[in-house]
Design a protein around this ligand. Structure first.
Ligand code: EMZ
Length: 381
């Protein structure tokens, strides 16, 4: 079984060149397109550093965010310790009570979706689902998720493409103020009480963790959810296949992350002049590691252009790779697995009524990153 999908604008450049020059913020920087090179660079943090506030995400978020995100914008050994600190929260999606809560949430939302005549899956399903699931991970009251839903799909970009960040900043500031006075048993209370190298976290550090938590796990998960719904709308036989092979939910989840590659690429900064292929990165300049292209590398994945729900092995880099491999992966996997289980149990088929792709321009390449709008009708089994 296998189902072709497209959306690989890097194919030719990956095969012919491997490393291309791309323009970001009036600068030309190299972008690594091949799996091996992307993974090698992700491992080598001394050459390709993340110790660069605001410069890891490309384009830079300097004008929309007020804090350095933690732990993503640091290198070992700081990174290792920062990450360890918050891991207990990010591992919560592996605990039975969180799994049960998120599975129940997805099932309830699925029932509502089926009952509705039609559904705009980005705003009426994916965004509320991910926001509510996040409340479980962070031990926040479910009512908080309704505020987060109001921020839209991307905290730093509005529908019309303009850039904003203040709603998130204001929210985090308010929660930290509350927690500093009276730390509750939730993520913000935890940040207020936990010690880093024998001292409390500074306000900026707490803001940095919270900022990444809300920014990183948003459009990425939302776009993966809608990718899956759209896929099954077009390939009903694949949903039947999954129903007949429910044990494949785990491999299917990984394959959807590879296919969707929700975070196309990320930056690193070279502290000293570095040569990659025929390109030179001057000291203190950036380079891009392209996960989306690596995930389609034909030297690693058999028929990478096919979605195979039983693909194994599947060493994809949809969650990145190396020390910075996605901290939120447990949460993302739980949401996507729960979605697949619920679809298998409850949904006979999905009609695609209308859609508007969300196009992401990466220098001269344009790819589809989820949808601006995805109108569906879900049919009960
Ligand atoms: C950053 C990034 C990390 C960034 C795992 O993703 O995701 C982007 O969507 C955000 O804009 O701030 O968190």
């Amino acid at each position: 079984m296998g189902c072709p999908f497209h959306n690989d604008p890097f194919a030719r450049a990956r095969r012919e060149e491997g490393v291309v020059k791309t323009e970001f913020q009036e600068k030309e920087i190299p972008m690594l397109l091949r799996y091996k090179e992307v993974r090698k660079a992700a491992k080598d943090w001394k050459t390709f550093s993340s110790d660069a506030p605001f410069r890891v995400v490309i384009p830079s978020e300097e004008d929309v965010r007020s804090v350095r995100q933690l732990p993503i914008e640091t290198d070992p050994p700081d990174h290792t310790e920062y990450r360890k600190l918050v891991e207990p929260y990010f591992r919560r999606p592996q605990q039975p009570e969180v799994i049960e809560a998120v599975e129940g949430l997805v099932d309830r939302m699925m029932e509502e979706a089926i009952a509705a005549d039609s559904l705009e899956a980005v705003k009426e399903f994916a965004l509320p689902l991910q926001s509510r699931a996040l409340a479980h991970m962070l031990k926040m009251p479910p009512s908080e998720a309704e505020t987060w839903i109001g921020w839209g799909t991307h905290v730093f970009r509005t529908e019309d493409g303009s850039r904003t960040g203040s709603a998130l900043d204001d929210y985090i500031a308010r929660q930290l103020d509350l927690a500093e006075k009276d730390p509750g048993d939730n993520f913000f209370g935890f940040l207020s009480e936990v010690e880093f190298r024998g001292r409390p976290l500074t306000r900026a550090e707490k803001e940095g963790f919270a900022n990444l938590t809300f920014a990183g796990g948003r459009d990425t998960v939302i776009n993966s959810i809608t990718f899956i719904l759209h896929f099954f709308a077009g390939q009903p036989e694949q949903l039947e296949w999954l129903r007949a092979h429910p044990g494949a939910v785990t491999t299917a989840t990984e394959e959807f992350v590879r296919a969707a590659s929700p975070l196309a690429h990320i930056g690193r900064v070279c502290p000293v002049e570095t040569t990659v292929g025929e390109h030179t990165v001057p000291a203190n300049e950036r380079i891009s590691l392209n996960w989306a292209s690596a995930n389609r590398d034909e030297t690693v994945f058999e028929k990478p252009e096919e979605i195979r729900l039983d693909r194994k092995p599947n060493p994809h880099v949809g969650f990145g790779s190396g020390a910075h491999a996605c901290l939120g992966a447990h949460q993302a996997r739980l949401v996507l697995r729960s979605l697949l289980k619920s679809l298998v149990a409850r949904v006979a088929r999905i009609d695609l009524l209308d859609k508007e792709d969300n196009l992401e321009a990466i220098s001269r390449f344009t790819r589809t990153a989820g949808f601006r709008r995805l109108e569906l009708r879900m049919h009960a089994r």
